[in-house]
Design a protein. Structure first.
Length: 184
């Protein structure tokens, strides 16, 4: 996963976030927009700059918005403890997220979840009265681990002696337990 940096500028000093418990998912409510567009729109709203920490384009490119450790401007009441990810598109009307964007979102969400144990993932409407991220936004699919394209090999089948009784040869490795340890 590569995160692009547009080297956005902010109109003031950002505040460091002291805790991270939530991940908030958004859509841009624009069928096409760049991270620079979002930054400009948010500045026109009187904000310091883009309120989201990450922006994912339809082509699957991931762009840095605010620094990840900064307080966001993306979910009123939750900004001081959340990371915001915005997806290009208007999923109130667009019915399907492009595969590249979905995969990039899955990878980024999985990465963030691996770094912040127990982080809760919610759509913007969980926090505020809004339609964001849209009725067709694939929130459940985004929380699934990304498909690795078949590069992960399944566990090998258990080794069972010819007589079918895995316990007949106590010294032989006969299967893998639930956690991968040898069962003898």
């Amino acid at each position: 996963m590569t995160i692009q940096d547009a080297h956005l500028t902010f109109t003031g000093k950002l505040t460091a976030r002291t805790k991270t418990t939530d991940l908030v998912l958004h859509h841009a409510e624009a069928e096409s927009a760049t991270v620079e567009d979002i930054n400009r729109w948010h500045q026109e709203n009187g904000w310091l700059g883009i309120g989201y920490h990450y922006y994912i384009r339809k082509d699957g490119s991931i762009w840095r918005g605010r620094p990840e450790d900064a307080v966001g401007a993306q979910a009123k009441g939750a900004n001081d403890y959340s990371i915001g990810i915005c997806f290009e598109g208007n999923y109130q009307v667009e019915r399907e997220m492009p595969a590249a964007q979905l995969r990039a979102g899955q990878e980024l969400i999985a990465d963030i979840k691996s770094r912040y144990a127990g982080i809760a993932v919610h759509r913007h409407l969980h926090y505020n009265s809004t339609d964001c991220p849209g009725q067709y936004f694939p929130a459940q699919a985004l929380e699934q681990p990304p498909d690795d394209g078949g590069t992960t090999q399944p566990d090998p089948p258990p080794v069972v002696p010819e007589n079918g009784n895995p316990y007949s040869e106590p010294a032989a490795l006969v299967s893998r337990g639930d956690r991968g340890e040898a069962v003898r």
